[in-house]
Design a protein around this ligand. Structure first.
Ligand code: NAP
Length: 253
């Protein structure tokens, strides 16, 4: 028996169009899951993530939703929770970032980052997780961050949101573990995606970050693959409320 096998499962991955979410969707598909991908500008068909999932021999459905729009997020939650084929795995990965010192961090940026990275995650999970609780099974995985543990530099809204994600992971795990639903989070380290392009373009920040990573390199989105499949699978049946760093050793330093 392979406890990591996801054959027959349906996984929803938000922020699946590129970066970490795309790698997560591919990893889940390669482990056997069919995938519903969600993102702000996901192509109806022909996206890179769709090609990855189909290449793994699984089905793919694309949903375009802007997480900055609370009404659209509520509609997405209701759609996913009300389907005949239930969602077995929900990966709350969509996220955005705004970089500015606290004194220059505008209300608009603060509200956008909190809405997309935290409030939308809660709204979708309340709906889809509620259906999992009713069925007595399901896996919820949030994408947290090193900034769920640390303050970060000039990203106060993002840090507040990611601390919130860590707290929400534990709060939901407390409530839903007795109902057979596992809620956990993955905290990626510094991963080379569009989210971190500005850091990699800044020679000072880029070197300071690299110098602190014991593994001696930035992460690649595929470095999250195994850590995504694990909490999505039966192998993690007794794991609840964990925020799992996958960071090249950054936090242990
Ligand atoms: N890269 C890192 O080092 C790192 C480290 C820790 C945590 N994270 C977290 O990992 C997650 C994925 O980030 P990434 O690095 O893969 O970044 P990315 O390459 O910028 O991808 C972000 C994804 O989120 C989606 N998204 C952004 N705003 C959205 C909105 N308003 N509505 C719906 N979807 C939206 C994007 O959709 P479109 O493609 O359609 O625009 C995209 O698919 C985020 O939660 C991020 O905070 C990243």
């Amino acid at each position: 028996m392979n406890a990591f096998d996801l054959t027959g499962k349906l996984a929803v991955v938000t922020g699946a169009r590129r970066g970490i979410g795309r790698a997560m969707a591919r990893a889940l598909a390669e482990a056997g899951a069919d995938v519903v991908g969600v993102s702000a500008s996901l192509e109806e068909s022909g996206s890179d993530v769709e090609k990855d999932v189909l290449a793994a021999g699984r089905t793919f459905e694309a949903i375009r939703t802007d997480f900055a729009d609370p009404e659209a997020v509520r509609a997405l939650g209701a759609d996913l929770a009300g389907r005949e084929r239930p969602v077995d795995i929900l990966v709350n990965n969509a996220g955005t970032i705004r970089r500015a010192p606290a004194t220059e961090h505008t209300d608009a940026d603060w509200e956008l980052v909190l809405q997309v990275n935290l409030s939308a995650q809660f709204a979708v999970t309340r709906a889809v997780g509620g259906a999992m609780v009713s069925r007595g099974q399901g896996k919820v995985i949030f994408t947290a961050s090193l900034l769920s543990f640390q303050g970060g530099i000039t990203v106060p809204g993002y840090t507040a949101a990611k601390h919130g994600v860590a707290g929400l992971t534990k709060a939901l795990a407390n409530e839903w573990a007795p109902h057979g639903v596992n809620v956990n989070a993955i905290a990626p380290g510094y991963i080379a995606t569009d989210n971190t392009q500005a850091l990699r373009d800044d020679p000072v920040r880029s070197k300071a970050i690299l110098d602190r990573i014991p593994a001696g390199r930035w992460g690649d989105a595929d470095d999250l693959a195994g850590a995504t499949v694990f909490p999505a699978s039966g192998a993690a049946a007794y794991m609840h409320g964990v925020v799992l760093p996958v960071d090249g050793g950054w936090l242990g330093r």
